[in-house]
Design a protein around this ligand. Structure first.
Ligand code: NAP
Length: 305
């Protein structure tokens, strides 16, 4: 009797944990593979140059996480910290220095940049062959026409990897992406639309002007949300058995915590999780994958030179 209860409890726990995609564990698994690969390489290690402009707290944290992850897998990183008042020309000069340095495989300019700097000009200045963030128009164009020798932007690439991880077969499935930014929604739509093994999805992109959002999201076998609005997607907007990937990172007030705040996604995780076949938590879902994909792109660039 007791054994039967324990068996049932274990099955219950197993089925619960099945539904939550542990992005941190998937990212760690990938990083272990990169580390193994790099440890067997001869010659110089791969190298990533990271440029941080100004003193924004979150940007500093992201840059530190990225350089720490590089260190952990054996990628050499160079960090340039420029003052918020740096001129656009000085910043471009700094990028140029890395563009022509044969020892540097990847260049990342941490966004956002101060208002006096033209971000799209800066993105275009990065050598597309070292653009491991995948934001240069050359890489965006390659992605759109289905060429694979360019760089795919890290967050959508991380989302695609997590979707693959669930084992869902995308051909014939409806994917709905809520959010159409240049760094998440649009590139992800382009990636999942491509012809090719395991892709071939039918993709719908929704945004602020989409009418009846719930009707659209309820069609989704795979729902990806990247809007930056806490808990905007409620359980009743999700199809039973869907795969849900929550890209949103929102800081909300939580007076029960020492910090007075906590991070939540764009999906109401607590209420939605029972309905989903798979769902990513926030934090610990897409975030760690973004960094793993940056390492992946840096390695790719290293191998291509
Ligand atoms: P963004 O540039 O602000 O774009 C937000 C998109 O969401 C826009 O297309 C906007 O529509 C749409 N949107 C906003 N409110 C909406 C609503 N009520 N209904 C439907 N669509 C709505 O944001 P982003 O850079 O893509 O980031 C989105 C979220 O993902 C943020 O929380 C960000 O912090 C997070 N993020 C996480 C990672 C990660 O590594 N985990 C990486 C990048 C971003 P319009 O175009 O019509 O304005």
């Amino acid at each position: 009797m007791v054994k039967r209860y324990i068996d049932r409890y274990e099955r219950f726990l197993y089925s619960c944990s099945m539904a939550i995609i542990d992005g941190k564990a998937v990212a760690q698994e990938l990083q272990n593979e990169f580390k193994q690969e790099i440890s067997q390489m001869s010659g110089r290690p791969p190298c990533l140059a990271v440029i941080l402009v100004g003193d924004s707290g979150p940007s500093r944290i992201y840059v530190n996480r990225k350089t720490k992850a590089c260190e952990e897998v054996g990628i050499h990183s160079i960090k340039r910290h420029l003052k918020a008042s740096v001129s656009e020309d000085e910043l471009l000069k700094e990028i140029e220095h890395f563009n022509v340095n044969p020892q540097v495989d990847g260049i990342l300019v941490q966004l956002p940049l101060p208002d006096h700097i033209n971000t799209s000009r800066v993105m275009r200045w990065v050598n597309p062959e070292k653009d491991v963030d995948g934001f240069h128009p050359v890489n965006v164009g390659k992605m759109l026409i289905g060429e694979t020798d360019g760089f795919f932007p890290c967050t959508p690439l991380g989302v695609k990897t997590l979707i693959e991880h669930t084992g869902i077969e995308l051909p014939g499935k409806q994917v709905v992406i809520v959010g159409r930014s240049n760094i998440v929604g649009k590139p992800l739509a382009a990636m999942l639309l491509q012809r090719g093994q395991g892709i071939d999805a039918t993709v719908t992109v929704a945004h602020r002007f989409s009418a009846n959002l719930g009707e659209i999201t309820r069609q989704a076998d795979v729902l990806v949300v990247a809007i930056g609005v806490p808990h905007h997607i409620s359980a009743d907007m999700i199809k039973e058995g869907a795969v849900v990937i929550d890209v949103g990172i929102n800081r909300i007030e939580d007076l029960a915590r020492k910090s007075g705040a906590r991070l939540v996604g764009d999906v109401d995780f607590e209420k939605a999780q029972d309905k989903c076949a798979f769902i990513t938590p926030v934090p610990g879902g897409v975030g760690p994958m973004t960094i793993a994909m940056l390492l992946k792109n840096t390695l790719k660039s290293y191998h291509q030179r």
